[in-house]
Design a protein around this ligand. Structure first.
Ligand code: HEC
Length: 121
């Protein structure tokens, strides 16, 4: 009886670690493709879903930041706040404010886009 319980516990652990591993693989290969980042396909949807709620032209925007406006994006890219805030670095304001941190994939895409020089085409 005891042995049986131990076996169940162990197979559960193994099962879960396998699932976890597969998820990582899937994540690495299929979902997070940073090879061909564009503003319209990759960056805008992230900002729309996670940031426009507080930082767009249709709201009295927070921190005087309208993330629909390329000039405003340029400002927070140049002063380093965009990356600092979405990465939840100690000396920033964690964004989205009051919400969960963006996935590593989304952060990687934004960082890649910044490294490309924030192209809009
Ligand atoms: C719930 C509202 C809310 C959401 C959602 C939100 N922010 Fe903010 N954001 C704020 C507020 C409020 C401030 C001003 C912070 C302060 O001064 O303490 C701010 C400030 C900022 C700043 C600094 C602006 C500056 O000029 O110093 C950046 C960059 C920023 N947010 C980026 C983002 C990004 C990127 C997202 C989406 C991933 C996001 N925020 C989502 C409320 C929000």
């Amino acid at each position: 009886m005891k042995r049986h319980t131990v076996a169940i516990i162990f197979s559960t652990i193994i099962l879960f670690s396998c699932n976890y591993y597969n998820e990582e693989e899937l994540y690495g290969n299929e979902i997070c493709d940073t090879s061909n980042i564009t503003y319209d396909e990759d960056i805008k949807p992230i900002l729309q879903q996670n940031c426009y709620y507080c930082h767009s032209s249709s709201v009295v925007y927070s921190g005087n930041l309208n993330l629909e406006n390329p000039e405003h994006i340029r400002r927070v890219v140049d002063n380093g706040k965009l990356l600092k805030n979405i990465k939840h670095e100690a000396d920033g304001d964690p964004m989205p404010q009051g919400g969960a941190k963006l996935s590593d994939c989304k952060i990687n895409k934004i960082e890649k886009w910044i490294n490309l020089g924030t192209p809009y085409k």
